[in-house]
Write a protein that binds this ligand. Structure first.
Ligand code: VG1
Ligand code: CO
Length: 579
């Protein structure tokens, strides 16, 4: 093949957000739009990660992925890469990409140097919806801010990109296609999307004990992939490897438009699962399963449900951390440390303290956990946004989280499966609260708010922080019975490993009794602004941990809405989503 230089002009809107560049498909389809971002990324990497390198390109299979894979493959050849690896049909979950970078060995003995992951995660897909792309590094984790800032700078000045006149490559069939050019050979290797990931999971969990649980008639199970890429793994893992019934899989056929749905595993968007689990309004006579879980489009998120019971993600990571050493072979030697993102509840902090574990609080987004893991400081981490994971890879991992819960259930029930009462998801959570106390928690999202209004709201909150007296006057005016605000700031993080500093990571109000209010602007949306409001309150008294969380948090919610003048700024009387 021949390589050509194509002239181009910059786009002004290619700043990567919390997790890569996410835009409407229409934006990505503009001539040179994707090419500019890909070339700007190649230009931001060290030469050895480009020339002669091995690049993984795949994603959640959303609309425009197949075109993008062909474009990127040609550009990889044009930029002198040695090979491109593609999951069959372009499908690889985000955690599987991370595993493939770290673990996979190519048919010719090669190892990957990085990846383009094609996903907009939990955002809807289709011709009128979202597409996204992000670059992951050699350690399997998202590019750190140093690199994403460089990519953005490059997009502002780009003048040309390199591409090769290759034919489209068949990505539906496993195998290697080779091409030659003046400098040598270029290969495209298509491989099975699931096998490397399954191998890794088998090295972490005791599949035999999970199989006993899943095949016991006492234990019923349900998994909803919301038509995302998790479907490509669910049947292989839960049914073929672990013996679950095929009927326990919901929406497990990956679709380019996620069946028209919003592939976001929460109580609002995972409607079918929520109904099946006996939550929500439906009160069908069918007994709900004991355990239910859902994934987002790229399968890095998870929602865990018990029978008629919701596990908040902040509790989930705390519970996994508290039980990991006993229930999961990978952790049997102990945890190196634990970490959570700033807006995630402090449930994990309490576990860390009681188990005497190293503990870290990082900004939102998985890239901050990677450094800690590479330095051997962190084993288990999580975010309130349905993200949980460990140092087996450098992304959050939706199926891993489900296997972790199944492992805990299998362990707690190791003597009950023959006879005796099943220890349920709800039992595990209630026991956890009895030991560590409960963090009531909720998140309010105001999606697609006018961007100017959202900025003003945030600026107002920052300004207000300079006077705690004023803050407390407002607070007590709204609600006389909540405790006092004792500290307010904008969260700033200094990475303990490389000392890099990340500023403006959300506004915090910390109360005397440990309650917290956090305000942030989302960095993953593709339209307008999304304001996130996180509300948390700690209850140590075991007689008071059984309340409905919206009831328990109502006074703090009122304070938060008043402090921020939410309705005044946004015109919204209610959030778009409550989790
Ligand atoms: C959101 C979540 C954040 C998560 C990020 C990527 O970011 O809040 O916790 O890491 O999505 O997850 P933001 O900036 O919109 O709040 V995913 O599954 O979209 O890769
Ligand atoms: Co995701």
């Amino acid at each position: 093949f021949n390589v050509s230089r194509v002239e181009t002009t910059p786009f002004g809107d290619q700043k990567p957000g919390t997790s890569g560049l996410r835009k409407k498909v229409k934006v990505f389809k503009q001539p040179n739009y994707l090419q500019n971002f890909v070339q700007s990324t190649f230009n931001a990497l060290t030469p050895q990660n480009v020339r002669g390198a091995t690049l993984v390109v795949s994603g959640d299979g959303r609309y425009f992925s197949k075109d993008a894979i062909q474009i990127i493959t040609k550009m990889a050849a044009g930029n002198g890469l040695r090979r491109v690896w593609v999951g069959q049909n372009g499908l690889l979950s985000t955690p599987a990409v991370s595993a493939v970078i770290r673990e996979r060995v190519g048919v010719d003995g090669s190892k990957a140097t990085g990846a383009f992951i094609l996903t907009a995660s939990h955002n809807p897909g289709g011709p009128n919806e979202d597409f996204g792309i992000k670059y992951n590094m050699e350690n399997g984790g998202p590019a750190p801010e140093g690199i994403t800032d460089k990519i953005y700078e490059n997009t502002k000045t780009i003048k040309e990109y390199l591409t090769a006149d290759l034919p489209d490559v068949d990505i539906t069939t496993i195998g290697v296609t080779s091409f030659s050019w003046s400098e040598g050979q270029f290969d495209v290797e298509v491989f099975d999307s699931a096998s490397d990931y399954i191998k890794l999971m088998k090295s972490i969990f005791d599949f035999e004990s999970i199989r006993k649980l899943l095949s016991s008639p006492k234990f019923t199970f349900c998994y909803d992939a919301l038509h995302g890429v998790a479907g490509a793994y669910a049947k292989r893992i839960f049914v073929e490897e672990l013996g679950a019934q095929e009927s326990s899989l919901l929406n497990c056929v990956p679709k380019e438009d996620f069946g028209g749905g919003h592939p976001d595993p929460n109580l609002t968007y995972a409607k079918e699962l929520v109904a099946r689990m006996g939550l929500g309004k439906s009160n069908s006579e069918v007994e709900p399963p004991e355990f239910g879980a859902a994934a987002d489009g790229d399968a890095d998120r998870n929602m865990v449900l018990g029978k008629r019971f919701f596990v908040t993600p902040s509790d989930s990571v705390a519970i996994i951390a508290a039980n990991a050493v006993e229930a999961i072979p990978y952790f049997s030697a102990g945890l190196k440390g634990v970490a959570r993102s700033m807006p995630t509840s402090a449930a994990l902090d309490v576990v860390a303290k009681s188990l005497n574990l190293k503990f870290f609080e990082v900004p939102t987004g998985w890239k901050f956990f990677g450094n800690l893991m590479d330095a051997g400081l962190c084993s288990v981490c999580g975010e309130e946004s349905f993200g949980t994971g460990s140092d087996h890879i450098r992304e959050k991992d939706g199926i891993w989280a489900v296997l972790a819960w199944l492992s805990i259930l299998a362990y707690k029930n190791r003597e009950n499966l023959g006879g005796g009462k099943l220890v349920t998801v709800e039992d595990i959570v209630h026991n956890h609260w009895a030991t560590y106390g409960r963090h009531y928690y909720t998140r309010y999202d105001y999606e697609n708010v006018d961007a100017g209004a959202a900025k003003e709201l945030m600026a107002c909150l920052v300004k207000l922080q300079s006077s705690l007296t004023e803050v407390n006057e407002i607070v007590s005016g709204i609600q006389s019975d909540v405790s006092k605000v004792v500290h307010a700031d904008e969260f700033e993080y200094k990475d303990p490993v490389d000392s890099s500093i990340s500023k403006h990571q959300g506004i915090r109000y910390l109360f005397e009794d440990g309650s917290r209010l956090v305000f942030r602007l989302s960095g993953t949306g593709s339209e307008g602004a999304t304001i996130r409001l996180y509300i948390e309150q700690y209850e140590k008294d075991p007689s008071k941990t059984g309340r409905d969380s919206q009831d328990a948090l109502a006074p703090l919610v009122a304070v938060a809405l008043g402090l921020s003048k939410m309705q005044e700024f946004t015109g919204r009387s209610a959030p778009t989503v409550i989790t």
